[in-house]
Write a protein that binds this ligand. Structure first.
Ligand code: CP
Length: 334
């Protein structure tokens, strides 16, 4: 895969502001920064309407009839890619999954030329995952004004739809963000999931956010304003209402020698039944997936009654349906 050269941007607008059209409507989702509490709440409320009781047929609509969605995943994905595909189809959209291994990017085509090619075929919404920071915003600055960009995972920077599905999952179990203590455990330094969850939780007024990591995987405080950075798992879990384990992002760690061995990691930072005894009664356990069972989380805990990991996946489809509907509204009255 060629290295992406992010050339000069056309204007200096911050990514958070770039997301909104001239009427203040959400046109792209690049980051949860810049979204107001009411906007997130409205997306979560809409997402709730796309959830059906277990065993019942999935909710569908035709609200995206005539819209074409392009999935462009230049990094591996199971959940996010399938979830966007299902969301688009359940809303009646046409969908293309670009196979990056057989696409012309393999021949050196730039990401913008790939986008321009699909834009010429009237793809309206691009869902983009890329290992390089800045790619979704770069595309958003350079496409025509009928097209929308949704960030499906950007380097270690941002994964806003994961943040939304995490918020929805928490909200369905806990009444009031302001009374919650949330502990995010593990490789926070390299985690776009932690960044987006943190941004969303802060906007929703979370009571306390704790980030618990070994030294080598700890974040910079400046990247997580308002969060408590801790290095002891017991201190992190004690009294927490929500415990979120993170995947160790091996692909983003420069020197694996700096992180503890896997047995040591589980002993000190793995979420287990024993550790969860310290959490608040009725605490929920989350993980964005993919999971490394027995390293980040005890396998039977991941499958146990306090785990909401499967719900996170279900909720992911619902928030992506709500988001697709929301951004497509900007196509009207252009
Ligand atoms: N949580 C998440 O982004 O999973 P995928 O990498 O499978 O999309």
């Amino acid at each position: 895969m060629p290295v992406i050269e992010l050339s000069e941007t056309k204007n200096p607008v911050d990514d958070a502001d770039l997301q909104f059209d001239a009427n203040g409507r959400l046109r792209h989702l690049l980051t949860l920064r810049g979204l107001k509490r009411e906007q997130i709440t409205a997306l979560l409320d809409r997402a709730e309407t796309f959830l059906s009781p277990p065993g019942q047929i999935a909710v569908r609509s035709n609200s995206l009839h005539g819209v074409t969605v392009g999935n462009l995943f230049f990094e591996p994905s199971t959940r996010t890619r399938a979830s966007f595909e299902i969301a688009a189809k359940r809303l009646g959209a046409d969908l293309i999954n670009l196979d990056v291994n057989t696409s012309s990017r393999k021949k050196g085509e730039s990401i913008l030329d790939t986008i321009y090619t699909l834009q010429a075929m009237q793809v309206d919404v691009f869902v983009v995952r890329d290992a390089s920071a800045g790619v979704p915003a770069y595309i958003a600055r350079n496409i025509n004004d009928r097209v929308m960009i949704l960030n499906a995972g950007e380097a270690d920077v941002s994964h806003p739809t994961q943040g939304l599905l995490d918020l929805l999952t928490i909200r369905r179990h806990k009444d009031n963000f302001e009374e919650l203590t949330v502990a995010i455990i593990g490789d926070v330094a390299h985690s776009r999931v932690a960044r987006s969850a943190s941004e969303g939780l802060m906007t929703m007024g979370v009571g306390e956010l704790r980030l618990v990591s070994p030294d080598a995987l700890a974040p910079e405080q400046d990247d997580f304003p308002g969060a408590k950075i801790l290095h002891n798992l017991n201190d992190g879990i004690r009294g927490a209402d929500v415990v979120m384990a993170l995947r160790i992002q091996r692909e983003r760690i420069d020197s694996l020698d700096e992180i503890p061995g896997m047995d040591e990691y589980f002993a000190n930072f793995g979420i287990s039944h024993e550790r969860m005894k310290l959490a608040a009664p009725a605490a929920i356990v989350m993980h964005p997936g993919p999971m490394n069972r027995g390293i980040e989380i005890e396998s039977s805990l991941a499958d146990g009654p306090s785990s909401v990991i499967v719900e996170q996946v279900t909720n992911g489809v619902a928030v992506r349906m709500a988001l697709l509907e929301e951004v497509v509204k900007t196509m009207e009255k252009k």
